[in-house]
Design a protein around this ligand. Sequence first.
Ligand SMILES: [Zn+2]
Length: 428
Amino acid sequence: MGILFKNAHVLRDHEQQKLDVLIENGKIKQINRAISEGDHEVIPLNGKLLLPGFVDMHVHLREPGFEGKETIATGTLAAAKGGFTTIACMPNTKPVIDSSEVVQWIKNKAREVGNVRVLPIGAITIRELGKELTDFSSLKAAGVVALSDDGVGIQDAAMMKEAMNQAAKIGLSIVAHCEDDSLAKGGCVHEGVFSRKFGLKGIPSEAESIHIARDVLLAEATGVHYHVCHISTKESVRAVREAKKNGIYVTAEVSPHHLLLCDEDIPGLDPNYKMNPPLRGKEDREALIEGLIDGTIDIIATDHAPHMKEEKERGMEKSPFGIVGLETAFPLLYTHLVEKGIISLAKLVDLVTVRPAQLFQLPWGKLVEGASADLTVVNLAKEKEVNPSEFASKGKNTPFTGWKLQGWPEFTMVEGKIIWNELERREA
Ligand SMILES: [Zn+2]
């Protein structure tokens, strides 16, 4: 006995086709026009969209060490609610994910309490201090999917070069938080319209782009897969575009908030608009969208960064950087990019499923026979306002409160197991 989705809309060749999908033993057994019900549990989808589960390569689960902000249990439930079935978690926990023991601890904990698949990312340097490289081989053996010092940039070029050399040798990607401390120090928002208006110290665009320009040349020299985290400026997009033209193995991700907001949209001194990299200028936002359309930017990642209410109440200068993103990502992008005709639905789905899996050589993110039954049902017609009090995440820090969005995920399955289900029940 399996689970049979009836009358699903499945994306095929950029079009929605009405198909049935049968799940058995955790796998997609069959996709066809009309599969007989037999003794299967039937889930009628009535034309709702059945998609491969989303893959987010940039999430902060905060555990171990910062359980007040988020835990593996709450973070993975937020992921499931947002339609994500696989997430990579960043290493800036306490302790930092810089040893095989911490990797193992996270994997065990995720197996016990996690709602979706969790892939740890290991730190590039011990305690993310930028002083000494971690043991890449043992991190890889323990199961990390990539290496990153997310939250801080690697300041020392020689150290980055050595990291790339070693990572290239063992086939791990360097996932880079690009930020030059000497330029960014003390800034809390983008150096631009908003910082001038409120007299705040800004973070200039070069704080990011200078690292990307440096790293692109180091990536060329070392042959590593170099992946840029949360790209935010027009100069950064240009640097990645040029690198790709020159055949350098560089990829990039962008967050939903950088695609949808710029510093002119910040209404006042509200720390729910404070993130790192900061919301940039209008031209930067436009360049990011252009980069997304022309393929310079490869994937979308949320940079889900939950913080406690009292932390975010410390004002623009003193509160921590970051906003939550897992539960609003898809409806935000669908409403503001697809519905407005900026990108197609197929392209959006590609950016959050197939492409991130491809970039990091993961077997997930596709809806085909034989694949793991990692699935998400999206109701494109469902319209709802963003209400942080409904979030599964402990973090309620979002600038999107009250936004009316369409295209909400209603059902999530990981390896054939139903994790989240808001579908209306069939009448008895
Ligand atoms: Zn991050």
